[in-house]
Design a protein around this ligand. Structure first.
Ligand code: ADP
Ligand code: ZN
Length: 777
């Protein structure tokens, strides 16, 4: 099967094989899974010559002790390039696990994101595939001799069983195969009798996966749906896009306001590609990978593979095989689905392309959107990037490329009106800090009374994100991190509970960086004063809602309450059935949800993201407000949005209110241009960490010295740092960063590559290179 799967990989070894006894002379370049930043040459023992292929996973001896390590064959050659070469120990899996194109992609990722290629391959292959979980194998037999030779053999054989076997084998069509169990059954012999023939060289055996047909689990499948009649705007976009679907590589940015029908455009574009016998990969952000989203694809296409985090290992492996066998027309999944081994890639769709979750935060630190573009380039097909709030990188690039726009909602539905609730006035009037202003409370109430539903966003978990002593004015910090601890209540603590009424807090302090959990100290450790809780958190909003709107049926949705995907799905199901009036939550509820009865969206604080010490803070804020506002009024009834803020005049907030992406982008891009920030620069961030602050400082100084020659070789590359990171300590490790930047990617890449060959990034877990970082915290 593997041959059929990846024909271009069939690297035939030349036929002039040395006779047994002579020195073998075939070698494999092996990329090891453990992060060794070099391919190593191994000898291919003669016994493996028939089997060995590029893309296979192998076990090889490593180092003085010859400890066995896993790696992948990334090249085969004849000349011995090193005086001493150890032999490959075993071929762990006869299937080539990466085909030619994926291997090329892995090489690109390894180069671009400064990561050993073995680590890249290791991370793009699902571990269920490597461990071969959940798939049965059947053994296939094929003649290894000419039919005439078998005929001769048959004539000289007396044993009746073997005669029956040889006779049956002669009936197998020329070059064909027969399953071992079937052959044995039909010849009336036991399987070992068949296996003996392979020892005699009459037949060859190989294992192939016993693959069930592709099917979509029930809760992900939807009723059959016909393509919708496109709106005028959608038609213009489709007419533009259609010729590009058959014209090789292109990057197309689809900028469409929320509810403008981007998904329908994806579906119809994909249909064209599928009709042409090719496959589609659709990337969606992990939290948007809900049955609701997926059903739009399974309702339209029959053969859909859904790669989500809740899959069992066996299911994941089966999907992978089915995809590789070309059984899936459409693959839908989060970030890593970009590595789905579809044989004929015809289109890649990246929905909500601005989402940060497309960036992997461990090595290889790739951005799935950019990998998607690279993969499409290799496969010579189109990429469609869709968003209501494109990343400024994509927006800037699209200005000189292919920009498609859907400026209004389908069916003349209006964009939701956004009103500002100025928290400074509220505070003046009520003389205390309220999370739910009287206006917000009123809007929630009237929404419920009208039988409609609402979404309430606060992008912060827990109860209070500052716990401080009113006398020393010191917040309680994590012992391991440069961050304040967030107070989380225990289940049951709240108005009405005994401890709460007695003014006691029984909950815990959580660190959102190192995940440490401590009890709340009874009093300030320095002065003994009673501690105060301050700041925002979803639990606190929950408490206020309970107090002010006791009849409101709502559920809190954040990573504390939603452990595991099925809980999240259950809440969404109840919401869609109208059993809940309101969803309160973090960004988990800000995107993707499409419920026609949602007419109100409240944003408890529009300012939380603005205050982050990151040059993308405004971009994030604009995206979050626009995305969550876009959940309102998607059905027949118009939507309304209320935004509470202390900064009503902030230009980002103003553009978000006006729903004016272009105004926001123009202004922000001008700022970025002036300050030399992406997209007008490319960055690589090198973060070094150490438990010892002094050691860290000297290592960073040394790193800067080491990088000197590489940086000096490119005029346009600048180095800044070392500086302490914005969060200068996490989990007991001090952190400093060095930033490299350049006006374009190439010079930066040359510097990185030079520094890498000079061993400046000698891989260890204390140093991380992040190319095109999405966050500088
Ligand atoms: P977006 O992805 O741009 O936010 P969606 O694709 O979710 O928008 O579309 C919003 C709603 O409009 C969905 O309920 C969808 O079924 C509906 N819709 C999209 N296109 C059409 C169309 N051409 N005719 C009727 N309804 C449509
Ligand atoms: Zn911590």
């Amino acid at each position: 099967m593997s041959r059929a799967l990846f024909p271009e990989l069939d690297l035939e070894l030349p036929d002039d094989r040395p006779k047994p006894g002579k020195r073998p002379s075939y070698f494999a370049a092996v990329a090891l899974e453990q992060s060794i930043d070099k391919e190593l040459d191994y000898e291919v023992p003669a016994a493996m010559w028939d089997e060995v292929k590029i893309g296979q996973r192998v076990r090889v001896p490593l180092g003085r002790g010859n400890k066995l390590a896993h790696g992948y064959i990334v090249g085969l050659h004849r000349e011995q390039r090193y005086p001493k070469t150890k032999p490959i120990r075993t071929i762990t899996d006869p299937r080539p696990l990466v085909d030619g194109q994926l291997l090329e992609l892995a090489r690109w990722i390894g180069r671009y994101y400064v990561c050993p290629i073995g680590t890249v391959i290791d991370s793009i292959l699902p571990s269920a595939v490597k461990k071969r979980v959940g798939i049965g194998y059947v053994t296939m037999c094929r003649l290894a001799m000419t039919r005439d030779a078998v005929q001769d053999l048959l004539e000289n054989t007396k044993a009746p069983k073997r005669r029956a076997l040889l006779g049956r084998l002669l009936q197998v069509e020329e070059g064909g195969e027969i399953e071992l169990a079937k052959l044995a059954g039909e010849a009336g012999v036991k399987p070992p009798t068949v296996r003996r023939l392979s020892k005699l060289g009459v037949i060859t055996l190989r294992n192939v996966a016993d693959l069930p047909a592709l099917s979509v689990p029930k809760n992900w499948s939807g009723p059959r749906q016909q393509p919708l009649t496109l709106s005028d705007e959608q038609r213009v976009v489709m007419d533009n896009l259609t010729p590009r679907l058959v014209d090789g590589f292109s990057v197309n940015l689809l900028h469409g306001v929320t509810g403008s029908g981007k998904t329908e455009v994806y579906l119809q574009a994909i249909a064209k590609v599928v009709e042409a016998g090719k496959q589609a990969i659709v990337l969606v952000p992990e939290i948007a990978l809900t049955p609701q989203t997926v059903r739009r694809f399974t309702g339209r296409f029959e053969k859909v593979a859904v790669l989500h985090s809740g899959l069992t290992a066996g299911a994941r492996h089966r999907f992978w095989q089915q995809i590789a066998a070309g059984q899936a027309d459409v693959v839908v999944g989060a970030r890593s689905a970009i590595f789905a081994p579809v044989p004929k890639l015809g289109i890649v769709v990246v929905d909500e392309e601005h989402e940060n979750s497309y960036k992997q935060d461990q090595a290889p630190r790739y951005h799935a959107r950019d990998v998607a573009i690279k993969r499409a380039q290799m496969a010579e097909c189109a990429v469609v990037l869709g968003s209501a709030t494109p990343s400024l990188e994509s927006w800037e690039r699209a200005k000189s490329g292919h920009l498609l726009s859907l400026p209004s909602r389908v069916a003349d539905r209006p964009m939701p009106a956004i009103e500002i609730i100025d928290l400074r006035n509220v505070q003046r009037q009520t003389r205390r800090i309220e999370l739910l202003s009287p206006r917000l409370e009123h809007l929630l109430r009237v929404t419920k009374e009208a039988g409609e539903q609402g979404i309430l966003l606060l992008n912060r978990r827990g109860y209070a994100n500052f716990v401080f002593c009113p006398s020393c004015l010191e917040p309680v910090n994590c012992r391991f991190c440069d961050a304040t601890m967030t107070y989380h209540r225990n289940v049951g603590e709240g108005p009405g509970s005994g401890s709460f009424e007695a003014g006691k807090h029984t909950g815990q302090l959580h660190c959102h960086y190192c995940l440490a959990v401590n009890p709340l100290p009874p009093s300030c450790e320095a002065c003994g004063h009673k501690l105060s809780l301050f700041g925002l958190g979803t639990q606190r909003v929950e408490e206020e809602i309970r107090r002010k709107l006791p009849d409101l049926r709502f559920e809190r949705v954040d990573s504390d309450t939603m452990r595991g995907g099925s809980q999240y799905e259950q809440v969404l199901d109840r919401f869609s059935r109208g059993e809940l009036d309101v969803l309160l939550g973090t960004q988990m509820i800000a995107k993707g949800l499409d419920y026609p009865n949602v007419t109100f969206v409240g944003i408890v604080s529009g300012d939380t993201a603005l205050s982050l010490p990151d040059f993308r803070a405004s971009e994030r804020t604009f995206q979050l407000i626009t995305q969550v506002a876009g959940r309102a009024g998607r059905g027949e009834k118009p939507g309304r949005v209320a935004l509470q803020t202390f900064m009503p005049d902030d230009p980002t907030i103003r553009s978000a209110l006006a729903g004016d992406y272009e105004r926001f982008a123009d202004r922000e891009l001008e700022l970025r241009r002036q300050t030399g920030q992406p997209p007008f620069a490319r960055m690589a961030r090198i973060v070094v960490r150490d438990q010892d602050e002094k050691k860290l400082a000297s290592r960073c100084q040394q790193l800067v010295v080491d990088l000197g020659p590489a940086v000096a070789s490119e005029n346009s590359v600048t180095l800044r740092g070392p500086h302490p990171c914005a969060i200068s300590r996490i989990s007991g490790y001090w952190r400093q960063q060095v930033l490299l930047s350049a006006p374009s990617a190439l010079p930066l890449q040359r510097v990185l590559s030079r520094a890498r060959s000079a061993g400046n990034f000698a891989t260890n877990d204390r140093l991380a290179v992040d190319v095109d970082p999405v966050s500088l915290l």
